[in-house]
Design a protein around this ligand. Structure first.
Ligand SMILES: C[S@@+](CC[C@H](N)C(=O)[O-])C[C@H]1O[C@@H](n2cnc3c(N)ncnc32)[C@H](O)[C@@H]1O
Length: 276
């Protein structure tokens, strides 16, 4: 079985407009009780590794709603920021959220397998929570290596394959998807356990950081708000996008108390090694 995250039809439905990703991000954000904001960590790593951030050309691959792009623009104030995504709707959302920056931002609709710029033009390439949309992330990492300047760095970010595992058991126990615990991880192709090994033969790895994030959903309604946005499970069609129906099914299994779960976020920092 393969992850729905690598099926083009599922992925384009997920990112057809910004609302589903925004709802998913919001449900997770409200539940988070431990873990640094990912965009801030990325900006911190970039600042530590780039000798002249203000002169840098930065590419944010799979920029989505522009969460990392915004923080990178604010913290690094780079010479230019290339916000790249295959979804026009995501680029439109990112553009609307990046109004208060002095950085020149160029929004480019492109597939990260074929970046529409020349060799060695980027000082920093960020690929956060998107490489697992590639059936094989290695060609994408090779493309990142191609566009990186000799002293440039790449920051690749993903989650652990067992992210939000508690929810699998809950979904199965509530009868929402009796095979939930056997469904493939959404992060199957690029996760905390394989991203360093995928990267190293293509782009030398400078460092790896893992951080466990903890989540406490307030109760069935909060869990349901998240479940209605994830393609991981095969929920009954009438329920799939109906948080109230999902919550009612969950109430048969859990009381109105918190549901805790975890996800490890992994940052792989890589570069060609020609540092000044
Ligand atoms: C979960 S969002 C990540 C958003 C953002 N990087 C962040 O950290 O908040 C994944 C993004 O990857 C984009 N994406 C998926 N496949 C892609 C591809 N082949 N080329 C470029 N972008 C892609 C999706 O459209 C989506 O906006």
């Amino acid at each position: 079985m393969t992850s729905p995250f690598i099926h083009p039809a599922t992925t384009s439905a997920l990112y057809r407009d910004g609302s589903r990703l925004a709802a998913r991000t919001s449900a997770l954000h409200q539940a988070k009780i431990r873990g640094r904001p990912v965009a801030d960590v990325i900006a911190g790593i970039a600042t530590a590794h780039l000798p002249h951030p203000h002169q840098a050309i930065v590419a944010d691959l799979g920029c989505g709603r522009g969460t990392s792009s915004r923080i990178l623009a604010a913290h690094l104030r780079p010479r230019g920021l290339l916000a790249i995504d295959s979804s026009q709707a995501m680029l439109t959302t990112a553009r609307a959220r990046l109004t208060d920056t002095a950085t020149a931002v160029i929004y480019i609709r492109a597939d990260f397998h074929r970046l529409p710029f020349g060799d060695g033009v980027c000082d920093l390439v960020v690929a956060a929570f998107c490489l697992y949309h590639a059936p094989d992330p290695r060609p994408v990492i090779a493309e990142i290596a191609r566009v990186l300047a000799p002293a440039g760095i790449a920051i690749l970010v993903t989650k652990s394959a067992d992210s939000y595992r508690t929810l699998d058991y809950l979904v199965a126990a509530a009868g929402l998807d009796t095979r939930a615990t056997g469904r493939p991880s959404l992060y199957q192709t690029a996760h905390s356990g394989n991203l360093e090994a995928l990267t190293a033969p293509i782009l030398p790895v400078i460092g790896v950081e893992h951080e466990e994030h903890r989540f406490a959903f307030t109760g069935p309604d909060h869990v349901a708000a998240y479940l209605a946005t994830t393609p991981k499970y095969e929920l009954p069609p009438a329920m799939a996008a109906d948080p109230d129906a999902i919550a009612a099914a969950l109430r048969t299994q859990i009381a109105d108390g918190p549901v805790t779960t975890t996800s490890t976020v992994t940052y792989v920092i890589a570069g060609k090694g020609s540092f000044p």
